[in-house]
Design a protein around this ligand. Sequence first.
Ligand SMILES: *Cc1c(COP(=O)(O)O)cnc(C)c1O
Length: 410
Amino acid sequence: MPLGQAAPQPGPILRFPRPARPRPPSAGAPRAPEPILLSPPQLTGGELAALRATLDSGWIAPAGPVPEAFEAALAEATGFPHLLATASGTAALHLGYRLLGVVPGDEVWTSTLTFVATIAPAVQMGAVPRFLDVTPESWTLDPALLERELARAVRRGRLPRAVVPVDLFGQCCDLDAILALCERWGVPVLCDSAAALGATQRGRHAGRGARLAAFSFNGNKIVTAGGGGALASDDPALIARARRLANQAKEPSPHYQHEETGFTYALSSVLAAVGLAQLPALPQRVEARRAVFARYREGLGDLPGVGFMPEPAWGQANRWLSVALFHPRAGAPDREAVREALSALGIESRPVWKPLHLQPAFRDAPQAGGAAAARLFEAGLCLPSGSGLTPAQQERVIAAIRACFGEAGR
Ligand SMILES: *Cc1c(COP(=O)(O)O)cnc(C)c1O
């Protein structure tokens, strides 16, 4: 280094890669249209200030005022009096299974049309999953089938340890009906409301009334913390125990004392700060996602063989994902043909969850029905649904789908 030149300043300890600057299009080259993603995170603009304030405060551990404030804001948004902010939705479900006392050999029942995370923690604990079909009315756990299966389980003398209905794609299951059936036999309900923040069931927030409910703040959900979840209940003792388990089951003692083993499952203050900055946007985002769904119905509803995820009278979905059905026998192209055509244009879409009873991971699991879920998987496609999706972007998606229909789409 030449004399007299200042020594380089030490850089910040954390270096983040700079976002690549978009290169100007070279003259004449056709510009690739910007990709349209399924459900990208949307920022409110408040995140950076919240992060800075949190870092400045020194409270960055998974405890302290920021997760507490996040839990209070969630209680306000959901009506649940007791909540624990967790590192993920899956962690919340895992804690829920622990609280319900799942042990190896126990049966845990869930809807077959769901994401694997609903049941994965229970299976890892040695539980036997039983996959129940959904009702075409809502695509969520069929209460009539649940009633029949519970009666059969009583005759076998082997009730499930827990029933885990799912609020599918942000639409509430028929929770009141499910609770009434489970209460009859004293079976606790853990509601997987991971994708249903802001959705309601008979005027109550998703999950309300269940013994436990799990939420997710993963990057693709309607409100994100950049990763995170929550476990909620009306029972303060359950959430207090969840809090202890989420913090390595440390007993109150000056030394490390453990009556049982736990997890590192509490939400970091850094992520809770992001979640806190996001939560106030929830009502607008429900509106925005519902508007996206309405525009799809308007723009595609006249096409032959096209259907949409129904919304039953008992609830209001947050329309986390807009789902359309493509029935080839009624004149629509195959759902994979539509997905591939969209993909070629930089538009992301995804088949509806592949039912868990059809997954190789669960090939030996008992099931009850499953044909309704399998049909939805065959025909169902989740379309770009972000709360930041612009009408112009959505027009592109709609035009691309209509183009798959040939003459009928013009
Ligand atoms: C997102 C999601 C989960 C998992 O939440 P993570 O925060 O990603 O662990 C579980 N169940 C359903 C239905 C989900 O949509």
